[in-house]
Design a protein around this ligand. Structure first.
Ligand SMILES: [Zn+2]
Length: 435
């Protein structure tokens, strides 16, 4: 698995080339597909995906007939928690007023149902009340994710599109719509500006008209979050309308204050965003890497928010493993960039950057260092690159179990990632840290 086949929904008759998978690991066939342009500077398109499972690489190019409400076909799991009741009623109660949503969510916050494991444990102690389980590849029907790109930069939208397609084609369980917002910023101006936090402050370079279009596009995206308007199942009740508005306010603040944003907001489990302010001094290659990094976050199903009730529960467990989240995203960006650019230097570039960082005193908390630690695990045979690239690592909330420092292969990589040297003009791990 890990291969995707795409079909674009037909919107308009403008044609561009589009790649679909033909066999394992390759993107080769080029088809003509339509795209839709809805604003001069905003480009949007939709695509369908279904897994090219083993023998079905040439299977039909049709999308599934699943309606939105069937996004997640949950197994029956018995739980008794206010949160789950809230989730069910939130899911069903379309267009409820904010205050009602807030009330339900407040009740929900007291109960931890963030993982299937925890739910099951609770079910043993408490009587049945409702059925709900976190979506996984095993209990979910495939759906047809959509991609929309809102591009205001000098980067070619066709490039952003091909980067997105190349990235998503690696993902084993791609279930979430991805909406990208990419806009330009000028040079760094520094100085305090709370609207920009936690990012740095750059010069705003969008003209007013484009700024209005960008903020309007983000507002529309956020306000139409499918998990809050009854279109799709909602779970993880931290994401109520009030919290969504807070998230929107922050992103709009970043946009309007010139923050050098690079992040992946997750308003819904099945609707995620890539937001990236592209600095004027950055190269296309830098833009590509950062975009792919954020795209990977958007494609990673269970990062911290969805496993901790928005950070309220057991946040430490995930905070300690930020390096895994950042390292995988960076690793993915190196590999997909090399694939897109027709080079085979992903590992070498990764180690070059990590070595430079190590010399500058970087620790595992930098994405470059973390990617090198993962690479060391791959080269030592402790981790499959495919598990990074397909985002299988993040398919359930139990993933931190596999990354505890008490696990020898993990601690070895955490302690030895910087053992890099140049050999015959290539950056490699020292033979002393390889088996
Ligand atoms: Zn990141």
């Amino acid at each position: 698995m890990g291969i995707s086949m795409f079909r674009f929904e037909l919107h308009k008759s403008e044609h561009v080339s589009f790649k679909v998978c033909s066999e394992k690991g390759s993107l080769s066939d080029v088809h003509k597909i339509p795209r839709r342009i809805f604003l001069a500077t905003i480009f949007s398109f939709s695509l369908g995906v279904s897994a090219c499972g083993g023998n079905s690489a040439s299977g039909s190019l049709t999308t599934s007939n699943i309606t939105p409400s069937q996004d997640f076909e949950a197994d029956e799991t018995e739980v008794n928690s206010p949160k789950n009741e809230a989730v069910e009623s939130e899911s069903a109660a379309q267009q409820e007023k904010d205050s009602e949503t807030l009330t339900r969510s407040t009740e929900a916050k007291d109960t931890d149902t963030s993982t299937t494991v925890k739910q099951s444990a609770k079910a043993e102690r408490e009587p049945k009340k409702s059925k709900w389980v976190a979506p996984t590849p095993d209990n979910s029907l495939p759906r047809v994710p959509e991609i929309a790109i809102n591009n205001f930069t000098r980067l070619a939208t066709a490039d952003l599109r091909s980067w997105t397609e190349a990235g998503t084609s690696h993902i084993n369980w791609w279930h979430s719509d991805i909406t990208s917002f990419i806009w330009p910023i000028g040079s760094e101006v520094g100085g305090p500006n709370e609207l920009s936090e936690p990012f740095n402050r750059f010069r705003v370079s969008l003209d007013k008209d484009s700024m209005d279009k960008l903020t309007s596009a983000y507002t529309t995206f956020s306000d139409n979050a499918p998990c809050l308007n009854g279109q799709r199942a909602n779970f993880g009740s931290w994401q109520n309308r009030n919290e969504l508005n807070e998230g929107k306010r922050r992103v709009l603040g970043w946009i309007e204050s010139g923050a050098d944003v690079a992040t992946a907001p997750v308003p819904c489990f099945s609707s995620r965003a890539v937001t990236y302010a592209f600095p004027e001094e950055s190269t296309t290659a830098q833009g590509q890497h950062t975009y792919l990094h954020e795209l990977y976050h958007a494609l990673s199903s269970y990062l911290q928010d969805y496993c901790t009730n928005g950070g309220a529960l057991d946040g430490d467990r995930f905070d300690k493993l930020r390096w895994v989240g950042e390292g995988t995203a960076h690793y993915f960006a190196y590999v997909v960039a090399a694939e897109l650019n027709g080079t085979d230097d992903a590992a070498e570039t990764m180690l070059r950057d990590a070595e430079r960082g190590a010399r500058g005193g970087e620790t595992l908390s930098s994405a470059e260092s973390a990617a090198a630690a993962l690479r060391l695990m791959v080269e030592r045979g402790d981790l499959l690159e495919e598990d990074i690239m397909s985002a299988r690592i993040f398919e359930t909330c139990s993933w931190p179990d596999d990354w505890q420092a008490s696990i020898p292969s993990v601690s070895y990589a955490m302690n030895n990632w910087q053992e890099i040297e140049s050999r015959s003009g290539k950056w490699v791990f020292k033979s002393s840290v390889l088996p």
